[in-house]
Design a binder for this molecule. Structure first.
Ligand code: NAD
Length: 257
């Protein structure tokens, strides 16, 4: 692919949860589109693997890196951001919040710890990363920026056995709209992506019977692939979506529409 056709040429992108699944695929696609990618994860070795396995034309020509970041800890986010600003002398103007966890249980059985841990990573983590990266962009007076938060179709429709996860993902839709309202004046767009069931390690524990049920309720009659989410994220990061902000984009094969 020639440099001219790459929709993210020259951009600096940071991805959380970059060591696996949707985050990893997104890194690959952003780099293919010309962005320099900073892969961050709580699992540093996995983030390193992501960068190592970039395939041409993205490999080699750009200064990609990997950094430890626990999105549930403000200190960890700030430390990573300092490292990034020191290395690149500019803030990332593409931010993808893909770090997330699930700790499923029914409402009547769920512990406070199970609830808090999911809210802390999925919802508070998204807020903390948005706040730190948006501040850096505003301070540097960047001409435009974009933040993509990964919510879930379950944040829209709710489901049994996931009150913590559903609450966190509904919250992500809400804070995406709130942040979009505040950051538009700085030309920073903020959007949410709502994947349906997608083939990554986070669904390893989902019983086959549930997966089959979801597939039956999905017009396209299958689960998604992580790269199908990453392609939409890349579009939302590019100037091709320059008038899209505060949106919740469903990438679910029609499930839950
Ligand atoms: N796979 C699906 O079916 C699906 C559907 C809807 C939404 N999502 C959402 O997509 C996002 C990515 O999920 P995935 O499917 O790629 O899962 P995954 O388990 O493959 O990847 C999640 C990544 O997040 C990282 N992570 C976990 N806690 C973290 C923390 N505190 N700080 C930083 N990183 C952390 C993990 O190390 C892992 O690399 C999540 O927010 C998930 O809720 C996934």
């Amino acid at each position: 692919m020639s440099g001219l056709n790459r929709i993210l040429a020259g951009k600096l992108a940071i991805v959380t949860g970059a060591g696996s699944g949707i985050g990893r695929s997104t890194c690959q696609i952003l780099s293919r589109e010309g962005a320099t990618v900073i892969a961050t994860d709580k699992n540093l070795a996995a983030a390193e693997e992501t960068i190592k396995h970039f395939t041409p034309p993205s490999a080699g020509d750009l200064d990609h890196s990997f950094v430890f970041m626990d999105v549930a800890e403000a200190q960890s986010i700030n430390k990573a951001l300092q490292q990034i600003l020191k290395k690149y002398k500019r803030p990332p103007t593409i931010v993808v919040n893909s770090g997330g966890i699930a700790r499923d249980n029914k409402l009547l059985d769920m512990s406070e710890l199970e609830f808090d841990s999911v809210i802390n990573v999925n919802l508070k983590g998204t807020y903390l990363v948005m706040q730190a990266t948006a501040k850096a962009m505003v301070d540097a007076k960047v001409s435009h920026g974009c933040i993509i938060n990964i919510s879930s179709m379950l944040g829209k429709i709710g489901t049994s056995g996931r009150i913590n996860y559903t609450g966190s993902k509904a919250g992500v839709i809400g804070i995406t709209k709130a942040a979009a309202s505040e950051l538009g004046q700085y030309n920073i767009r903020v959007n949410a992506v709502l994947p349906g069931l997608t083939d990554t390690p986070i669904i390893a524990h989902v019983p086959q019977g549930i997966k089959d049920l979801v597939i039956r309720q999905t017009p396209l009659q299958r689960i998604g692939k992580p790269e199908e989410i990453g392609e939409v994220i890349a579009f939302l990061c590019s100037e091709r979506s320059s008038f899209v902000t505060g949106a919740s984009i469903e990438v679910s094969g029609g499930f839950g529409m």
